[in-house]
Each structure stands twice: as C-alpha cells, then as structure tokens.
Design a protein around this ligand. Sequence first.
Ligand code: TRP
Length: 361
Amino acid sequence: MKNVILTGDRPTGRLHIGHYVGSLKQRVELQNTDYDKFFIMIADAQALTDNYGNPSKVRHHIIEVMLDYLSVGLDPKKITFFIQSEVRALPEITAYYMNLVTLNRLLRNPTVKSEIQLRGFDSEDKGIPVGFVNYPISQAADITAFKATIVPVGDDQLPMIEQTREIVRSFNHIYEKDVLCMPKPLLAENEVCLRLPGIDGNNKMSKSLGNCIFLTDDSKTLESKIKSMYTDPTHVKVEDPGHVEGNIVFTYLDAFSSDEDFKKFLPEYKNLDELKDHYRRGGLGDMKIKQFLYKIMEELLIPIREKRKYYEAHISEVLDVLKEGTEVANNYANKTLLEIKEAMGILYNQDFFDEQIKRYE
Ligand code: TRP
C-alpha cells in the first residue's frame, strides 16, 4: 500500500525562510515521489485555539499562506490543499476521540506544556481554555480522517504524532477493527534546518520575535536584514580570528549554501569548509560572508517572488485550488467518519431502522 502524506500550518502569519528549510523545501521534494495522496491543511480552527480573540488575523492569512505554498512551487496538481474548518467531519471525529484521552495526558504533552507557559494560560486570572488543551486530539482527527501514514513536521510536533498514535492504538483496540491508520512523523533530515535561528541569533525564527526573513521580502529588505545579522562579537577587525559556531551567518550558510554556490558567487573557495577555515584563521571580513549569503538567498527568493506575483494577479486560480481541494478533503473525511461510526456501532442508517422495526414486530 502506498503512503498518504498529510501536513498543515496554522494561518497566523506569512511563511518565512525557517518554514522553507524546515518543511516547505522537503514538501516540494516529496510531491515528486510515489504516494497515494498528498494533503496540505490550512489549520485555521487550530489557529483559533490561541487566537480566538482575533479571527480576522486567521481569516486574512488563509490566502497569504496559500500564496506562499504556491510560490515555493507546491503543485496543486499533486497536492490537495484545504481549509480545516470547512471539513465538518473533523470536529465530530475529535469529539469521539475525546473519550479516549485523559486530561492529564493532554497536560503532559511537552509542546502543550510550553505553550501554556508562553501564553500565560497558567496564570490565575487566565486559565487554560478547553479548546486549547484539546488541540492535540483535534490534530489526531486531522491526521486520521485522511488515513495519513506520513506526517512531515517539525520536531515540536512529535508529541502530537505520538498522541495520535496512542489514539489510533486504543480506538482500533476498543472497537476491534483496524479502521484507523498508524501515522509516522517525517522530520527535516538536516539539524540546522530543523530549527533555523532568527536573524538576531534567537533560537527560533518567529514572527512574534520580529527576527524573520519572509519569503515575500524584497531584495532591499533582504539585504538590510542580512547586513544586520549577528556574527561573532570577538571578530572585530578583519584580521581577527573568528568563531563559526554560534555565528548566525554561518548557520544560514550551513542551511542554504551548496558547492554550486561557491562556484557561482565565491570561486576563491571550493566549499563551506574552506570558507570556515579562513574565518577561523582570521583575515576574512563579515561583509564578505554576508554578501555571499545575500547572493544565495536572493537567488532562492527571486523565483518565489515571481511565482507569487503571478498568483496574486490570478487570485481566482488560487481560490479554485482551495475550493476544489476542500471538496476532495470533505469526501475523504466523511468516508472515514462513517467508518469510525460503524466501528463504534453508532451508525444510524437504514440498517439500524430496519433492525428496530424487526425488534418490535
Ligand atoms: N500543529 C501544526 C502547527 O502548529 C499544524 C497542524 C494542524 C498540523 N493539524 C495538523 C500538522 C496535522 C500536521 C498534521 O504547525
């Protein structure tokens, strides 16, 4: 049996180059492999679990994220894109799974735990919204409704996949039928790509920290952001020996540069190791490595910006992709919902009514 691939993003902001190396690039490669079906969900309902006061932000970013997807080269002929909240079977499936998971189990989820702290839900005047703490169960519905076997995610999502696997195991066991498929996570293979730091050196590139390079940044913005990047504070003069570890420009070069780029833009070095050696010895200035990084990133972003311009000018094409994808997604999820209800013995169809008539005859 071939794989079903499913992944998704919360539409709370434009996508940035951290998303690109961490997952979008991998999805573009994946779409050309052999699989049964590939779904990408715009997880608006999940985004609302911590943006319930700001639905217009979520609404706005549905199309923004969709444009980002298409502009990096995700192909609507190969991938089904859909809006989570338009698939009504998902909350229904979630409701049935809620009986299979304890509150303590949800509160032990490491990602949920850190998000509770981050959002201040643990403070006395706030409290934890039920919808928020429930989102791992809702994510299990997202994954299982489409019988996904492969879920490409970042490492912060591993606890969600583990939770999903537990639900699959207990559902199939309790209702004595292998209705649900066991999903596996798929991580980006490269350590740097898993969590690209922000341009300020902060651990994570994130919109709220204001340290992102967006896929939509123009050349000027890109250049000034790269110029402002942290390097090595002990590397003051060009002659000074420098540090490569913890130097964000080198971290980005680790994530983005190839030997090809050296041939094209910096032929006096064969590869990144040679460049790093020179930096460590001293005599290599920050401007030079930043210029090199700029050229690489600019080359990456040019076609992305162009594709985006095309789709912005053809927005009805984008909307059609979403509309059609959402219809396809509904067909899949509705089918699984019926199988779930049947396995649970709560499918009240004609057979049920005939049965009752017989019973009381
Ligand atoms: N939790 C994911 C995130 O925050 C988004 C998401 C929702 C998702 N449903 C999913 C990811 C199903 C993979 C599979 O990025």
